[in-house]
Design a protein around this ligand. Structure first.
Ligand SMILES: [Mg+2]
Length: 186
């Protein structure tokens, strides 16, 4: 049998595979950090104690549902030309919830690997490391800061899923939701 060349596609979880309407709060938080606190370096909040983790898990569990495009994702995952990897910077303590959600939405078995940020690395650094390690042809991400950080460092193409707050930002591979990004890869 002839060996087919697989396209290796990495997907972020929050904002790409799962849609969370609360993710738009990132824009004002980012503005506050930069303009009021004067933080310009790319850093993300890492919850360290039990109550921070508790609040963090509530924010992540609230109102998330499968993104537009998971039907196409399930179909493409059956095609031997594609290989899908889930890469989430969600911290290790959210792993149980993540697996439950994937199971519940019939998405757990379509990924070749599921990568969770177990060692509390900074999200952008964690993603770069895994994207390189998996030698991805495509990586789909919704956080613009992470997209900008990865785009010149990753070997493959970095696709960006935008939201209405940052839609005006120019980027060559930008898509409104997962389905459009997958149609481009297909
Ligand atoms: Mg995300």
């Amino acid at each position: 049998m002839r060996q087919v060349k697989k396209l290796r596609v990495g997907l972020d979880f929050d904002g790409v595979v799962a849609y969370n309407p609360f993710r738009v709060v990132r824009a004002p938080i980012k503005w506050f950090k930069r303009e009021i606190l004067g933080i310009r370096r790319l850093t993300f909040f890492v919850p360290k104690n039990w109550w921070q983790r508790f609040l963090w898990s509530i924010v992540h569990e609230s109102s998330i549902w499968p993104a537009t495009g998971v039907d196409l994702l399930r179909i493409m995952a059956q095609n031997p030309h594609f290989e899908f990897h889930l890469i989430t910077a969600r911290f290790g303590f959210l792993k149980g919830n993540l697996y439950n959600w994937l199971e519940k939405n019939d998405l757990k078995d379509i990924f070749k690997t599921i990568n969770v940020n177990e060692n509390y690395e900074q999200p952008h650094e964690y993603k770069l490391r895994v994207v390189k390690q998996l030698q991805l042809d495509y990586y789909v991400e919704d956080n613009l800061d992470v997209v900008v950080f990865l785009r010149d460092k990753a070997r493959g193409k970095v696709f960006w899923i935008y939201n209405f707050m940052d839609v005006r930002h120019p980027y060559p591979h930008k898509f409104p939701y997962l389905k459009r990004a997958l149609e481009e890869i297909k």
